[in-house]
Design a protein around this ligand. Structure first.
Ligand code: TRP
Length: 450
């Protein structure tokens, strides 16, 4: 069964490209600035960086260790590693599949917006518009009767098509060229942003930590954001870990992906905050932040039309490689657990996601009844996964690797044909055993007590 899954996805793709494809997406360009903006800017950034490097990377390595050792989807991985037909640790797998559904549901709402904005970019709808008009465009688009739903469904269908066919010859090959291109465009945008009049103020907001702003809420938001951005805490990388070859160095891959992911998130901040302060957009604007600041920046640039168009094309593709990794978790699990074909599994996964996803998208309408107090269904799905389910999943994963899998097994899995020094391996095991679980537990509890 495992064989079927492995050639169904792609065995040839480089682990870094696949994992980076999963990690890089709306989490970096849309969600990170949004979270940093609402959680105090610099204070959030510093906590975020600490957590991403100290907890995120070891968690990513832990998922790879489980995946490569078990060579199966996150559900059966724990049964295999435990050598039993059922294991309580499989709860991590169940949690992961539920999480994949929920994340994909609200993620495709924003993914749909990127398609819509690609259309707007092509039609040159931002040129000559003032801030109020750009903001109105966002409100009109997200509140439109059917357009955002249509875009979301198109995006889901695209994702399903790629996952069904297997990604062997498609996306990953292009990602190798397209993701560096995205980085390049972001660098250009960065330079433009730094020349805007509000650059100093924006940079101060983003980089200058006001430690008094660090609350339990900021800690858990940074934890949730780092897990979300790195695609860890729900088994997506257990699935990818099962495709890693025996001799691939997963430690350096994990470090490389974390650094690249962090770089893109910070770049997004350096683009968005100077622009926000220049144009008078509040950093805590939330969902609309990226979708109003970016068009404003493009509009002021020489060659803005082309840059804007190219940016949204690349953003759609970056987003697609992320949705693929989410659907892949569902498909890998359904094909192996229910013994159905990839095609069927992709259809079941897509329809399930679409049903919840519609509610997330509709909840953005101004008069939508899909709210609980101030929170929309979109917010609820986002909070439930990033603030609760993923921290919980991450905690269980490091506990399993640190305490249940057996120290020698883990060290052995990390050796990489002895290419990794023992000291480093021991350091990783220490972090996974003590530092990561304690830190996640403290942060998790601190938010519950607030
Ligand atoms: N990390 C992706 C992003 O930043 C989103 C994503 C893809 C994800 N796969 C995931 C998030 C698995 C959590 C779990 O856009």
């Amino acid at each position: 069964m495992a064989e079927q899954k492995r050639d169904g996805f792609s065995s040839k793709l480089g682990i870094i490209v696949a994992t980076a494809g999963s990690a890089l997406g709306l989490g970096n360009i849309y969600r990170f600035p949004c979270e940093a903006g609402t959680n105090g800017g610099g204070a959030f950034l510093i906590v975020y960086l600490g957590i991403a490097l100290l907890i995120g990377t070891p968690l990513m390595i832990s998922e790879f260790v489980i995946g490569r050792r078990a060579r199966s989807n996150p559900l059966s991985a724990f049964r295999r590693l435990e050598g039993k037909t059922s294991s309580i640790w499989s709860i991590i797998g169940y949690l992961g599949v539920v999480c994949a559904f929920l994340i994909l549901a609200f993620y495709t709402t924003v993914a749909g917006w990127t398609l819509g904005y690609l259309g707007k970019a092509a039609a040159n709808q931002f040129a000559g518009q003032n801030l109020a008009q750009i903001q109105q465009q966002f409100a009109d688009f997200t509140g439109h009767a059917w357009l955002p739903l249509f875009c979301q469904m198109v995006f889901l269908a695209l994702t399903a098509m790629v996952v069904m066919r297997g990604v062997k010859n498609g996306i990953e090959r292009y990602s190798k060229i397209l993701m560096p291109m995205l980085l390049l465009i972001m660098l250009v945008l960065c330079i433009k942003s730094l020349t805007l009049s509000g650059a100093g103020e924006g940079l101060r907001f983003f980089f200058w930590p006001d430690f008094s702003k660090i609350t339990g809420r900021v800690l858990i938001s940074a934890l949730g954001q780092s897990f979300f951005s790195l695609s860890v805490g729900m088994g997506a990388l257990i699935t990818y870990g099962s495709y890693i070859g025996r001799n691939d160095n997963m430690v350096s891959s994990a470090v490389g992906v974390t650094l690249a992911d962090t770089l893109v998130a910070v770049l997004a901040g350096v683009i968005i905050f100077p622009a926000a302060f220049t144009f008078g957009i509040r950093p805590e604007a939330g969902a609309s932040l990226a979708f109003t600041t970016l068009p404003m920046v493009f509009q002021q640039m020489a060659g803005g039309y082309i840059f804007c168009l190219l940016f949204f094309v690349l953003l759609v593709i970056a987003t697609l490689t992320s949705t693929i990794s989410l659907l892949e978790v569902i498909v890998a699990t359904l094909t192996e657990e229910l013994r159905i074909t990839r095609g069927r599994a992709a259809i079941v996964g897509t329809i399930g996601t679409a049903i919840i996803g519609v509610l997330a998208t509709l909840s953005f309408r101004p008069d939508s009844p899909l709210r609980l107090g101030n929170n929309t269904v979109f917010d609820l799905l986002d909070h439930l996964t990033a603030l609760y389910l993923m921290p919980l999943g991450g905690l269980l994963i490091v506990l399993f690797v640190g305490w249940r899998m057996g120290r020698t097994n883990v060290l052995d899995e990390l050796t990489n044909s002895d290419s990794l020094p023992l000291g480093l391996r021991r350091g990783i095991v220490f972090v996974v055993r003590y530092l990561a679980p304690v830190a996640i537990a403290i942060i998790f509890v601190s938010q519950l007590m607030e």
